[in-house]
Design a protein around this ligand. Structure first.
Ligand code: F6R
Length: 606
């Protein structure tokens, strides 16, 4: 994934490059680096780990060039060392890259045979040697890049600068997003518009296969055939203020606390509050006759989609197929003509989700996406966008984006139900009323977190943690386990409570905490039976429920008392305790809550 930036400036650009990279750290934070052209020569500084290490490096050894590129890395090929950090360079050219060059082994072998010596384990270095090789043969920089692009296979976004050229930067996009920013006598490049927000709000999104030649006067864009093309400049909505943590210790905490507000914004987008009805954009097909809905996404967004399946099947009575994007895209799933495919993604850039979207499009599906970044590739390639109004989510572990995805999907399920006549107007109004209660129900849970701190103190001593839930609470059990493992590094698994006896029950002993998402709904009594099976084996049960603790009929290690919500809205309301359990456990374990190891916020590789 990685974030890339470039500035073709009129003054030293190193500090602005670092500022832009800070906005891209959500894309990876294994290492960072910048390169500039200074007195005709390429100079570079790189550092392992977070961006602050690069900043320290730049204080000791500044770079003064007016044209430069920068990179923040999520390692794919080669360990996250300084040597493997971008930019990669030869004396003639320097390159930053996001994505994967799939044929890098072949290229490396061919170039090595021609005498090129590789210094790193990265795929990107092949691009540097290829451009250098073409220039050594006598081509100018632009033609050398053109010749190189023809030889690359895979997904990439590239920014390239050249020794001796302080009025030239090149860019190329195939499968990874890239944006050109237009300034006053300055030009910019970035993986997204947020990176460029402090410098300009006028941006041009490159399309698949495009490459661009930037100078102080502007950008010339060419399509994949090499023909010059016009790509419109648009006004970006990205906010120039780097979102801060407010008075919270971590972005994750801030984002958990923002949920009442951002869920309200999302509801306001989909509900006619005065009328008590749902309004969704026209999806361009007759919702009353669609034969099937297919949902696909990754990680937390997939769990939101799974709750969406329960809702759509229940309220709209239309069959829903759901699969993880990395599976659906390769299993050649047959799709019904005239079907609707829904993709759920916070970033709107997730490579597997995007590839699955394209597969569904090629197979005749109408495409809807539930996305948080409206300018993202997934949004732009969809027939209809169902936005989540969560605002920028900085913490790597998704929280407010998840509950906003649930909110948008809940509204969509009701609209679909109405369009198909599966629910009547009175039911719609009653359910809309329940949705409107959610922000308050969540706000009430966020006033006192002391019980989570106490529980975290116990959980941090565990080796394994199990999460159980039935029906709509099953996806939440899996989301709870994912949240805990990604930020606390404790092993956790989420199971459908009814599955426990088919295997996982063997894991239970006196030290295994079992966290049960157990709202009082039609399945509550069955979940209680599963808790008793756990209790009989000495398991430590944590019950998250609006039932009182005696209803469990067994000894509880902890009881998280929930407000009573409607069973329709329970998944949104119960997302909060599972987020808080993970957050406080990670805080007590002293992990890097906002940027946990090995992860990145936007996953643009397969
Ligand atoms: C976990 C998390 C990830 C993402 C997944 C999909 O907390 O955030 O599992 O949900 O990588 O990302 P998006 O939603 O950007 O497609």
């Amino acid at each position: 994934m990685c974030g890339i930036v470039g500035i073709l400036g009129t003054k030293p650009v190193a500090l602005d490059l670092v500022d832009a990279l800070r906005r891209l750290e959500y894309r990876g934070y294994d290492s960072a680096g910048i390169a500039t052209v200074e007195n005709g020569r390429l100079g570079r500084r790189r550092a392992e780990g977070k961006l602050r290490n690069l900043e320290h490096r730049l204080v000791e050894e500044p770079l003064k060039g007016h044209v430069g590129i920068g990179h923040t890395r999520w390692a794919t090929h080669g360990r996250p060392t300084e040597r493997n950090a971008h930019p990669h360079m030869s004396p003639r050219v320097s390159v930053v890259h996001n994505g994967i060059i799939e044929n890098f082994r072949e290229l490396r072998e061919a170039l090595t045979a021609k005498g090129h010596v590789f210094e790193t384990e990265t795929d990107t270095e092949a691009v540097v040697h290829l451009i250098t090789h073409e220039m050594d043969k006598g081509l100018g920089p632009v033609d050398a890049v053109k010749a190189t692009l023809k030889q690359l296979e895979g997904a990439f976004a590239l920014a390239i600068i050249f020794a001796g050229q302080d009025n030239l930067m090149m860019a190329a996009r195939l499968g990874s997003p890239l944006v050109i920013g237009h300034g006053e006598g300055e030009m910019y490049l970035g993986s997204d518009a947020i990176a460029l927000a402090p410098f300009t709000d006028t941006v041009t999104y490159l399309e698949e296969g495009d490459f661009a030649v930037l100078s102080h006067n502007g950008a010339q864009v060419f399509d994949k055939s090499g023909a010059p093309v016009e790509r419109n400049a648009v006004k970006s909505q990205a906010n120039a203020l780097l979102v801060d943590k407010g008075n919270h210790r971590h972005f994750m905490a801030k984002e958990i606390h923002e949920q009442p507000e951002v869920i309200s914004h999302t509801l306001a987008h989909y509900l006619d509050m005065a009328d008590g009805t749902v309004r969704i954009p026209d999806v361009g097909i007759d919702l009353a006759t669609i034969p099937r809905v297919t949902i696909s996404a990754c990680g937390t967004a997939y769990y939101a989609g799974l709750v969406g399946k329960y809702w759509i099947e229940r309220f709209a009575r239309v069959p829903v197929e759901i699969d993880i994007a990395s599976e659906l895209r390769y299993r050649e799933a047959p799709l019904p003509p005239g079907g609707l495919a829904i993709f759920v993604s916070q970033s709107g850039e997730t490579a597997d989700t995007l590839a699955t979207l394209r597969y569904c499009k090629e197979n005749g599906q109408r495409i809807a996406s539930v996305v948080n970044v409206r300018t993202s590739t997934i949004a732009r390639e969809s027939d209809v966008v169902l936005p989540t109004l969560a605002g920028p989510e900085i913490g790597v572990a998704s929280t407010k984006a998840f509950t906003c995805q649930l909110t948008a999907l809940a509204c969509f399920a009701l609209a679909l139900g109405r369009a198909r006549g599966a629910i009547d107007e009175a039911t719609e109004r009653a359910l809309v009323k329940e949705l409107m209660e959610v922000p308050r129900q969540i706000a009430n849970q966020l006033t006192d977190e002391s019980q989570y701190e106490a529980l975290a103190h116990q959980l941090m001593k565990s080796r394994d943690v199990l999460y159980l839930g039935r029906g709509q609470s099953y996806p939440l059990a899996m989301e709870g386990a994912l949240k805990l493992k990604e930020i606390s590094y404790l092993h956790a698994e989420g199971y459908a409570a009814g599955e426990l006896k088919h295997g996982p029950i063997a894991l239970i002993d006196e030290i295994v905490p079992v966290i049960v998402v157990a709202p009082v709904d039609a399945l509550f009594d069955k979940t209680v039976s599963n808790m008793q099976e756990v209790a009989a084996r000495g398991g430590q049960i944590v019950m998250i429920s609006n039932a009182d603790e005696n209803s469990a009929g067994c000894q509880l290690a902890a009881h998280i008392a929930m407000p009573t919500a409607h069973d329709f809205t329970n998944p949104i309301v119960y997302a909060v305790p599972i987020q808080l359990i993970a957050y406080h456990t990670a805080v007590q374990m002293g992990t890097d809550v906002d940027q946990p190891r090995n992860l990145a916020k936007s996953v643009t590789v397969e």
